[in-house]
Design a protein around this ligand. Structure first.
Ligand SMILES: [Zn+2]
Length: 98
């Protein structure tokens, strides 16, 4: 007889940074080490960027992976800003493959 296990996703709209931080701290304090290991948190910013802060990755508003995303807001992410500068013709770099 195997134990039934589930992946459970919760989401809350319209949280401020302070509220988000408060819930985050409470949640972490309730979890044991294994549960923390299995925790994933996704924050969607106003631009539509998705930030998986616990996993250290994110997706910008164009859906492109950001491997080092430590930001919870694409406007503060140097990777995103650099890409936008390229898109807006502020660089002659053509390493991107859009
Ligand atoms: Zn990023």
């Amino acid at each position: 007889m195997s134990k039934q296990i589930y992946k459970v996703e919760f989401s809350i709209d319209n949280l401020s940074l302070a509220e988000q931080n408060k819930f985050y701290k409470k949640l972490i304090s309730m979890l044991d080490e294994d549960q923390r290991y299995n925790l994933h948190i996704t924050i969607t910013d106003v631009l539509g960027g998705k930030h998986h802060i616990w996993d250290g990755i994110g997706f910008d508003p164009n859906g492109r992976l950001c491997r080092e995303c430590k930001s919870i807001d694409c406007e503060d992410c140097s990777t995103y800003i650099a890409r936008e500068n390229i898109r807006n013709g502020k660089s002659t770099d053509n390493t991107g493959s859009n």
